[in-house]
Design a protein around this ligand. Structure first.
Ligand SMILES: Nc1ncnc2c1ncn2[C@@H]1O[C@H](COP(=O)(O)OP(=O)(O)OP(=O)(O)O)[C@@H](O)[C@H]1O
Ligand SMILES: [Mg+2]
Length: 319
């Protein structure tokens, strides 16, 4: 094991398929025992990064180090310290869950006995005991995902790559998967996770990198990314248009936006407690009643959409 504080180091990574520049200078590091989430829309380059880090794919420029091993010089060393759960399932459909686990254990050179023991442990951890002796082809999507992850953990790797581990799962299975991932984090595993679910990154990751079009568009903790979106917003709803107009003039704030059809004002607040109080005091002084009020905090969705929304617009010519 390397003594570096970082389990993963990626410097100026670039990869093209012919003219398609899929990755254009990606830099990041992942501290040992933490989770980094790569977030980004379809085609951003997330899977490409995961495949390069797991040495399944070569790259054109830059350097990749996993657990201190260089991806170009020591790919086999890297493969011995990582577990990978890829976007497309890798289990053998004809084998049972238990057989899949044991087979993978044997591939990792566990003895027959320890492969069996480890399979048993994982079947319990992943709530697959009842289905353990059925062929994987009879599993539901959620069970398959759990088996996939279990298989990638057979050798108890210190680093795991999870490529969209919860895509297509129902909310209950997603939460069960999160619990499993949290347990891995508690055990000190370093995790690189890709996801299209902002909430997932928000819930689990220590750090988030937003990838867009092969480049890093933003990075930070969930909190930092949200704070980039600026202020909390106070939404105030009034009984009628007259109250709305009176409220607007009472508040004397240029940045207020209004929605006349809903009798609603939206007030940006920077020092939330103080500004909310001042707003309510001002309305109180004028005797204007509020029908409803809500405080809206920026979400990762706001960040994601504001950075990647150009994807949804029709492409314009160069100006
Ligand atoms: N084998 C390949 N040959 C040519 N282009 C490829 C190949 N694999 C991926 N690409 C291209 O690389 C880009 C990034 O793909 P990638 O699979 O990394 O995206 P992603 O972020 O994982 O997307 P998704 O969220 O849909 O899984 C896409 O434009 C894709 O078409
Ligand atoms: Mg992908």
């Amino acid at each position: 094991m390397s003594s570096s504080e970082y389990a993963i180091e990626v410097k100026n990574l670039a990869k093209s398929y012919k003219d398609n520049k899929v990755l254009q200078g990606i830099d990041f590091r992942v501290k040992r025992g933490t989770m980094l989430a790569l977030l980004g829309p379809n085609g951003a380059g997330k899977t490409t990064i995961v495949r390069i880090l797991s040495t399944l794919l070569t790259f054109d420029k830059g350097s990749v180090t996993v657990e201190g091993y260089d991806a170009k010089r020591n790919p086999e060393k890297i493969r011995s310290v990582i577990g990978l759960t890829s976007q497309s399932a890798t289990v053998d459909e004809m084998l049972t869950g238990r057989e899949n686990l044991i087979m993978m254990g044997r591939l990792y050179r566990l003895t027959k006995t320890s492969a069996r023991e480890r399979a048993n442990e994982l079947l319990v951890d992943f709530s697959l005991v009842n289905a353990a002796d059925r062929p994987a082809k009879t599993y539901s999507g959620g069970m398959r995902r759990r088996l996939d992850l279990a298989v990638s953990l057979i050798a108890a790797p210190p680093i795991i790559f999870l490529d969209e581990p919860t895509t297509g799962l129902d909310p209950r299975s997603r939460i069960a998967m999160w619990d499993i991932i949290r347990k891995l984090m508690k055990d000190g595993t370093t995790i690189l996770l890709t996801t299209q679910y902002l909430e997932e990154a928000d819930q689990l990751a220590d750090n988030i990198i937003l990838i867009d079009d092969g480049k890093i568009a933003a990075e930070g903790t969930a909190k930092e990314l949200k704070s980039k979106m600026g202020n909390d917003k106070l939404e105030l709803v009034f009984k009628n248009e007259q109250d709305l107009i009176s409220a607007k003039s009472a508040l004397k704030n240029k940045n207020i936006s209004e929605d006349k059809s809903q009798f609603m004002l939206t007030v940006p607040v920077s020092n939330t407690n103080k500004d909310v109080k001042a707003t309510l005091d001002a309305l109180n002084e004028e005797g204007i009643a509020i029908e409803a009020l809500a405080l809206h905090k920026p979400t990762l969705d706001d960040v994601f959409l504001s950075i990647t929304s150009k994807q949804d617009l029709p492409k314009k010519g160069k100006n």
